[in-house]
Design a protein around this ligand. Structure first.
Ligand code: PXP
Length: 260
């Protein structure tokens, strides 16, 4: 979708006002609570209890990635979370018939479609929007018909943002991994900034996540259009030392400080 107000690379002109999301949501990803549980295939720690504690500490939503290989989160976890939380579930999943069926049954507030490769340690890059455009378009439409908000996890580039708008997504979650892994390189943060601005101008909500920590979340949280951050591993890691509630509060405080 061409945008006459923007240069070809999506860079907002200096004169273009930057709308600021009113309250930036923190969605806590509880996958790695399940990772610890799966190390013994037992019952603890319970991701549902973790979700409730995150909410009590101020999380605005809970994110869980039900992977095809069920390496961490299990079906019963997402069912328990969907049933018991008082906030909202953001179900991360691959765009497969099995997962779409689960989403339709659970009816979460939001699905975030992500790429999935069995061999990867974690989600390595954004969706390839060109791989199966018809399938993706049908999936977005099916979720939206069911009243489920759809976010697409993409790399922060203008073409992917434009394509997400064409596909009818409600939101894009921008992959912050390159930024997180190269903290002293200004280019990845500039790309996130440009992609967030472009998303908002095309009517998409701008989300971000992957590799965010108390130490690096500030510059991403400060991007005016950023409405929602999805953060997991650093919170669960920090929880070992300070407890889950304190870990959630620490990252919330870092986000709030960046928006002041
Ligand atoms: N957003 C998406 C789409 C992800 O796949 C992940 C990792 O599961 C995250 C956010 C959270 O990343 P992290 O666990 O590094 O905070």
């Amino acid at each position: 979708m061409p945008d006459a107000h923007l240069p070809a690379d999506g860079t907002p002109a200096d004169a273009v006002p930057r709308p600021r999301a009113a309250r930036q949501r923190l969605y806590v990803n509880i996958d790695h609570v399940a990772t610890v549980r799966q190390a013994r295939r037992g019952a603890e720690p319970d991701p549902v209890e973790a979700a409730l504690r995150c909410e009590a500490a101020g999380a605005d939503g809970i994110t869980a990635h039900l992977r095809e290989d069920r390496r961490h989160v299990q079906d019963a976890d997402v069912e328990g979370i969907a049933r018991r939380i008082g906030t909202v579930l953001n179900l991360e999943m691959a765009c497969t018939a099995e997962m779409l069926g689960i989403a339709l049954r659970l009816a979460p507030h939001q699905v975030t479609l992500v790429p999935e490769r069995r061999a990867e340690i974690t989600t390595e890059g954004g969706l390839n929007l060109a791989a199966d455009p018809d399938g993706l378009e049908r999936a977005v439409a099916e979720m939206k018909r069911a009243g489920i908000r759809v976010s697409l996890f993409i790399d922060p580039d203008a073409q992917a943002v434009r394509r997400s708008a064409e596909l009818g997504a409600d939101a894009v979650e921008l992959h912050t991994g390159t930024y997180a892994h190269h903290p002293s390189d200004p280019a990845p943060l500039a790309a996130l900034d440009r992609a967030s601005a472009l998303a908002a101008r095309l009517g998409l909500a701008a989300h971000a996540g992957h590799g965010l920590t108390v130490a690096n979340v500030g510059p991403v949280a400060a991007i005016p259009e950023q409405e929602e951050l999805n953060i997991g591993h650093s919170i669960v890691s920090r929880a070992l030392f300070v407890g889950l509630e304190a870990a959630v509060r620490e990252i919330r405080a870092a986000m709030d400080a960046a928006r002041r």
